[in-house]
Design a protein. Sequence first.
Length: 82
Amino acid sequence: MNAPRGTLQLKDEVYRQMFRLEEGRPGAEMGLAVALLRSWIAADPKPQSSEDRDWLKKISPICLQMIEASLKANATAFPNAQ
């Protein structure tokens, strides 16, 4: 079964933000959080989209670990920036 175009766009947005975060681009943490939130909101009203929800359940913990690691690294690099 093919994924709807909107689903593919949301997945693309999440992956792009993951790469941005991996590259250390400023603001990528927030971009990734927003992309994940958009994906969850889009998947929620569609009970038939278990494949999308399964993907989100797999990718979300990875994204959250990346966000937390980046924020921790930034706090260590710039301790007085808070």
